[in-house]
Design a protein around this ligand. Structure first.
Ligand code: FO1
Length: 314
């Protein structure tokens, strides 16, 4: 695809950040806009935590902890240990000391009246990231997990405290009626030559973005192609609970099932060579290696997608 092309990516979590890294390796930052899931965000110990945004920015800035995929590398946890030793707390959410700097600044700026979109741009820019990083909306729209045995759980309680073990019955997007499309998200969609849905968890990471009032409708009507990358490879998720959740929601664990879930939003689907070949109900489809084990896999996937889309015009 031409270097001047504008690409907008919907993503969340570690899988999304890997594709983002691949795209950033083959395109200039000014071509890329990331619309990030903020359904995982929460206030914790007085601080606003935005895990998916931080995972993406730390990854693009080259300071992510590569082993776990989130948090900063070479991290220490003195503050957390002090909370336990001196104040008797049992911290279940691991906030590293360097990572705390991000949460402190973000919380202060939000309390001073900045919008989350402005805060995200400022943090990314100070960390040297030149791609545009947009939260899906400025308002709080927390994801609530409806579980079989524990009732409703806040996202991080479900995901981290209970290690995504409770059986999921469904997802609720709290305060959805108060969320609005930001001008920056509207512009990123209107100006895009291509919209990609990253191989993030469709139910936990992408569904919250599509649930922002007006966003799914805008995507469905967009002239630019909208293409999703499979999060399912050989009947399993690379990491995390996607396959488990699909079974709990009584869905077939397959790439086709994910494409059906996105429905009319999609024009194309990028499937993995390890999956059984499938027609994807009339969508244009690319079969390629989507497993991103290292930097060269990430860049190769980004290049394969861009070359394939370029061929659509011919
Ligand atoms: N994930 C964990 O499994 N345990 C943690 O204690 C944890 C802390 C944490 C702190 C900051 C941050 O940005 C991310 C953190 N994550 C942690 C990752 C995060 O909870 C999830 O990976 C995402 O929300 C799911 O996309």
């Amino acid at each position: 695809m031409a270097l001047a092309a504008k690409i907008t990516v919907l993503l969340g979590g570690v899988g999304g950040a890997k594709l983002a890294e691949g795209l950033a390796a083959v395109l200039p930052g000014r071509s890329l806009t990331f619309i990030v899931n903020t359904g995982d965000d929460f206030w914790h110990l007085g601080l606003k935590i935005c895990p998916d945004m931080d995972t993406l920015v730390y990854t693009l800035a080259g300071i992510v902890d590569r082993g776990q995929g989130w948090g900063m590398r070479d991290e220490t946890t003195y503050a957390l240990e002090s909370l336990a030793r001196h104040y008797g707390l049992e911290p279940w959410f691991r906030l590293g000391d360097s990572d705390l700097a991000t949460h402190l600044l973000r919380s202060q700026w939000l309390r001073n009246g900045m919008r989350l979109t402005e805060v995200a741009a400022e943090l990314a820019s100070r960390l040297g990231v030149d791609a545009a990083i947009l939260p899906m909306c400025d308002e709080d729209m927390p994801t609530i997990a409806r579980t079989a045995d524990q009732g409703e759980l806040g996202f991080q309680e479900y995901f981290v405290k209970h290690r995504w073990q409770p059986v999921l019955r469904g997802i609720r997007h709290a305060k959805r009626e108060r969320a609005t499309l930001s001008p920056e998200v509207e512009r990123a969609l209107a100006e895009a030559d291509l919209v990609l849905i990253a191989p993030s968890n469709p139910w936990l990471s992408i569904a919250p973005i599509l649930a922002v009032p007006g966003l799914r409708d805008k995507l469905t009507r967009l002239n630019a192609p909208v293409v999703a990358v499979t999060p399912i490879i050989a009947g399993a998720a690379v990491k995390g609970p996607t396959a488990k959740i699909m079974r709990e929601l009584k869905l077939e664990v397959s790439a086709a099932s994910v494409a059906r879930y996105y429905g009319a939003v999609l024009d194309g689907f990028v499937d993995d060579i390890r999956n059984q070949a499938c027609a994807f109900d009339g969508l244009r489809a690319l079969r390629t290696n989507t497993l991103m084990r290292d930097e060269s896999d990430k860049a190769a996937l980004a290049r394969a997608i861009l070359e394939w889309i370029e061929g659509w015009r011919a």
